[in-house]
Write a protein that binds this ligand. Structure first.
Ligand SMILES: Nc1nc2c(c(=O)[nH]1)N[C@H]1C(S)=C(S)[C@@H](COP(=O)(O)O)O[C@H]1N2
Ligand SMILES: [Mo]
Length: 230
């Protein structure tokens, strides 16, 4: 297993629930965390809006995290890495990402377990744009995605990665992607079930073969087309 990024603070589920109960001030004093993280925590608290956050919420979202923590990533030091079978490795700040051509789309979010959120506004950079900037080398066939949570991984074929509704998203639901939804940057794969939309996106590796991701190792289809496989 890879080492966790030292710039990422992990907030546990219990703490998150504590924040919702106590309010941000209580937890800030209690946890003695620094200002950058504190700012993010305030936002989590606001976005959680109560104890219902990690269970079904009024807005239909379920917040999922296989590690039981919400990685708190400082947007100022965040870097998205692109490497593997590319002409040039990329290490993009949020500003770098935001300077690239942007795409907006409105599309539902569908978890394979059945819940769906309609009409979600998404905004970010097409994954294909990022791949264009890095330059995909001969022999490349697939992509591997790594989360800053240190555990979750995902995959797409190169063909799937070039679909126009596959976004590296830094905005959703009319706001910057919040830490609980995988901010500052998550993937959004519109034509596939939610598990493809990896949160806390840290690194994209271009590979010569598909390496099944976290849920795929647990029996879910690698080709997660909504409504049926290929
Ligand atoms: N890093 C990470 N990404 C993840 C998950 C996760 O547990 N960890 N869960 C996946 C699943 S199964 C779904 S349905 C969506 C849920 O997104 P949300 O937590 O923003 O509602 O995130 C996906 N991406
Ligand atoms: Mo899911």
């Amino acid at each position: 297993m890879e080492e966790r990024d030292s710039r990422v603070t992990h907030v546990g589920r219990r703490t998150i629930l504590g924040i919702a109960g106590l309010g941000a001030v209580g937890i800030l004093l209690g946890a003695k965390i620094d200002d950058a993280v504190g700012g993010a925590l305030t936002r989590v608290s606001r976005s959680l809006g109560g104890l219902g956050a990690l269970v079904p919420g009024a807005d239909n979202w379920r917040i999922y995290t296989v590690t039981g923590t919400i990685p708190m990533i400082d947007p100022k030091t965040y870097r998205l890495k692109v490497d593997g079978l590319v002409e040039r490795n990329l290490s993009l700040s949020l500003d770098d990402l935001r300077a690239m051509p942007r795409t907006k789309l409105v599309h539902y979010f569908q978890c394979v377990t059945g819940w769906r959120v309609p009409d979600v506004h998404w905004e970010g950079v097409k994954l294909s744009t990022l791949l264009g900037a890095a330059g995909v080398r001969r022999g490349a066939k697939a992509l591997r995605f790594f989360s800053a949570d240190g555990e979750y991984t995902e995959s797409l074929t190169l063909y799937q990665a070039h679909l126009p509704d596959v976004l590296v998203a830094d905005r959703m639901i009319g706001d910057d992607v919040t830490p609980d939804h995988g901010g500052p940057v998550r993937l959004y794969v519109a034509p596939m079930y939610g598990y493809k939309s990896i949160k806390w996106l840290d690194r994209v590796e271009v590979t010569d073969d598909v390496v099944p991701g976290f849920w795929e190792d647990n029996g879910y289809p690698v080709n997660a087309w909504i409504g049926g496989s290929e």
